[in-house]
Design a protein around this ligand. Structure first.
Ligand SMILES: [Zn+2]
Length: 135
């Protein structure tokens, strides 16, 4: 994914760039897929509720430290994990996510994984256990 234009984040209404960076590298937010960020910004507008990004871009080291899949979409800026506050929130979020075209979704006890990885199968939703297999 090419780096984002220098002023990209000034057009994003509801998120700060650092929310998407790997904790060990503050500039990695600029390697996020811009389509995913724009979709999230629109989802946040329609949701009328906060969106907490648990994980965005991950360096290989951070991904390894989490024990996540070695081919995780987070490594390429194609994925975010959103904190799932409760069942109502999960429903509202997923309704918007699906209608706005994000078609790879992982449901975990505490978060929802969304990704737009073009190298992975589209149109899938899976259930995962938090400690078992983090995507
Ligand atoms: Zn994830």
């Amino acid at each position: 994914m090419p780096l984002l234009p220098h002023d990209f984040w000034s057009f994003i209404r509801y998120f700060k760039s650092h929310e998407f960076s790997s904790p060990d590298d503050p500039i990695t937010c600029n390697s996020m897929d811009y389509r995913l960020i724009i979709a999230l910004d629109n989802i946040r507008y329609l949701l009328h509720n906060s969106i907490i990004i648990n994980s965005g871009y991950r360096t290989a080291k951070h991904n390894h430290d989490l024990g996540a899949n070695s081919d995780s979409a987070h490594l390429f800026g194609y994925a975010v994990d959103i904190k799932a506050i409760n069942d109502d929130y999960r429903f509202q979020l997923l309704f918007l996510v699906i209608n706005l075209g994000i078609n790879r979704i992982g449901i975990y006890p505490g978060h929802i994984h969304l990704d737009v990885d073009p190298d992975k199968t589209p149109g899938v939703m899976w259930y995962g256990k938090e400690k078992e297999l983090i995507n």
